[in-house]
Design a protein around this ligand. Sequence first.
Ligand SMILES: [Zn+2]
Length: 124
Amino acid sequence: MFELKVVTHFAAAHQLKMVAEKCENLHGHNWKIEVCLIGEKLDSAGILIDFGEIKQHVARIMKRLDHRFLNETPPFNDGTPPSSENIAQFVATELQAALRKPAVKVSRVSAWESDNACATYIPA
Ligand SMILES: [Zn+2]
């Protein structure tokens, strides 16, 4: 099994209710997003999937989040809390849908909201 990882960033604001008191205030993070893809078969060039293709897909997803107030941005504008956990799940779901190689799967997405705090979503 091979695993590829791509790291990217976006900056945004959010507001979480019912968590620690300071999270209830509007605030921002510079999120670091790590996406991991797994697959067993390499193509004739010896790669699982082109890093450039992964980066393009991830950049398209980041564009939807970057410099936004996440609570008012789809898919979080329906009341889904824009927590790092839900951000990681959103990125994983969107990335999997964008991938055109069925043999390549999103294995995990981590959303770092600070240098020492990270939420990871692992698709079932
Ligand atoms: Zn926060």
